[in-house]
Write a protein that binds this ligand. Sequence first.
Ligand code: GLN
Length: 306
Amino acid sequence: MSAGRAAPAPQAPAIASTATPRTPEADASAVPTWERLALASGLPRLEARVLLGHASGRRREWLVAHGDEPAEARAAVAFAELARRRRDGEPIAYLTGSREFLGRDFEVSPAVLIPRPETELLVQAALERAPRGARVLDLGTGSGAIAISLACERADLSVLGSDASPQALAVAARNAQRLAGDALASGRLRLRAGSWWEAVDLQERFDLVVSNPPYVQAGDPHLAQGDLRFEPPQALAAGPDGLAALREVVAGASGRLQPGGWLLLEHGRDQDAAVRALLAGAGFTAILTLGDAAGLPRVTLGRRPE
Ligand code: GLN
């Protein structure tokens, strides 16, 4: 340390240390490498790579292998904007417009909840209980992740997905077209507008009803934090105790289920007892709560008596 001298101004370390240009072209235009773009964004490395992949149209493996090459200018500009939005809190899935769910890429937009890994449990539980040829209803389908996954996993199922939001249904319809075009064309997979049971014809009956309704308490501070700030409030929050939508779904389910049919509901980690009580109150039997990968009570199901 040399006393009496001001310390040098801090520099972005990655840019300073890896700036040695390898080619005259890179030197002339001072183009940053892919890796330097990622580092200088200030984002976690994986997030930066995902957004860089989206901005460049390159696979992440390619970006890793070519990290020390000059970045394409157009991709660098697009990435700078995506990185800024991410630093301002926007969810990665809305920035890239897609999220993987049960091995398939679903289009997402701020009109729909971003599919969560814990919801895969709901789909698995439904698949285990659906008899051959079952008719399945997914209430509040959002991006269509549940309904479309069920239709894709089992060609014998007929699936109806409903949603109150026309914007959400438009996203679901594009996902259905891309991921299950044949099922959509044949009518084995259908989408319908309407709030909860309003979307369903009075005389229609189902062997399974599944739903991942909004279940967060309206005043929950989490709604003002992280990704949840950007997601549709009507897909997240449901009244002061978070049970308003679950009550509505349970209340209409018995009348629309075949005898012996199953109702499967996703809910909050602290709502399992309340949901079991709702199901018991509506006459359901074989009531059971399943834990998610984190061991939290996440899905409760029950059966309409034969
Ligand atoms: N699991 C979501 C969350 O807590 C909530 C989804 C929902 O309300 N259906 O972030």
